[in-house]
Write a protein that binds this ligand. Structure first.
Ligand code: FNR
Length: 184
């Protein structure tokens, strides 16, 4: 049997992003039980209907990766109580139908959401906005559990790397629950 494919979508383009590090820890937790890949999408242009058809190569590549995935796991920062514009831009591209016959690639796709921030909200407010958007797009959202991690600075080691001491068990639980959610 083929392994379940989880595609991690990180809402930060920053190299040392805490959300990217969180995704990599989730990958470690799931280990060889799944095929876990981080979506790279820096090269996606800003949505502009003048260049929508034919789709730019970067958009076609990303759509293909999403289509092949059994589930999408979002790891999003919070920018001004919202999720970052780069993530909205990506989702806008993915939300467009490929052709008259084929719906957009997010339709019915299982989704989990986690996030870590410097502030107290732990990305919870951004996540609520993201849920509104991806529910509108008919994704199959796992609302419980979601993971919100505040005060990122408290879970770093002396080199500034995320250790996730206190939040690790919650990420472990979310990972296991998402596997069940996908295979339900
Ligand atoms: C932030 N940050 C932030 N943090 C928070 O808890 N609530 C917020 O509303 C915001 N707003 C915000 C706006 C903008 C434009 C930036 C750049 C940052 C801080 C944010 O949590 C911090 O930069 C994280 O490190 C971003 O996530 P990554 O890049 O580490 O994954």
């Amino acid at each position: 049997m083929e392994k379940i494919k989880i595609l991690a979508v990180v809402g930060s383009l920053r190299k040392e992003s805490y959300n990217r590090q969180l995704a990599l820890i989730a990958k470690e937790i799931l280990g060889d039980r799944v095929d876990f890949t981080l979506l790279e999408y820096q090269d996606i242009p800003l949505m502009n209907q003048d260049i929508e058809y034919p789709a730019p190569d970067a958009v076609s590549r990303v759509r293909k990766e999403v289509k092949l995935a059994d589930g999408l796991w979002f790891f999003t920062p919070e920018y001004n109580h919202f999720f970052p514009g780069v993530l909205k831009n990506l989702i806008d591209w993915l939300s467009r139908p490929i052709s008259d016959q084929e719906p957009h690639v997010l339709t019915g796709k299982p989704a989990a959401i986690s996030g870590i921030s410097l502030g107290m909200s732990g990305t919870g407010i951004a996540q609520d906005h993201l849920v509104t958007l991806i529910s509108f797009l008919n994704m199959d959202v796992m609302n419980v559990p979601r993971l919100t991690i505040p005060n990122a600075m408290q879970q770093l080691d002396s080199n500034g790397k995320l250790t996730l001491k206190a939040s690790y068990p919650f990420l472990e639980k979310q990972a296991n629950d998402f596997l069940c959610f996908i295979t339900k």
